[in-house]
Design a protein around this ligand. Structure first.
Ligand SMILES: [Zn+2]
Length: 89
């Protein structure tokens, strides 16, 4: 039995997940899937949404640049909601 591999074609980190575009080695279809940020750098197993064969993919780590963007996004969110929360106290 040969295992299916999902090759990462491209990926994008958002504030709460990893949006990956992957290619299935079995059916060669390209699909996109979202993963929790906790899974960065890990090998994860899931089923191909196209041909339904079980396989695995290596998720990337965020680059320092992407981490910086991520932190900037968080700062913005805090500024936007911070005022309202403060009034509640
Ligand atoms: Zn497939």
């Amino acid at each position: 039995m040969t295992s299916t591999l999902f090759r990462l074609q491209s990926n994008r980190f958002s504030t709460d997940n990893i949006q990956a575009t992957l290619v299935c080695s079995k059916c060669t279809e390209v699909f996109s899937k979202e993963f929790p940020l906790d899974l960065e750098g890990q090998t994860i197993k899931f089923k191909c949404p196209v041909c339904n064969s079980a396989g695995e993919a290596d998720l990337p780590y965020r680059s320092p640049e992407e981490k910086e963007n991520f932190e900037l996004d968080l700062d913005l969110v805090e500024e936007e909601t911070g005022g309202e929360e403060f009034e509640d106290y």
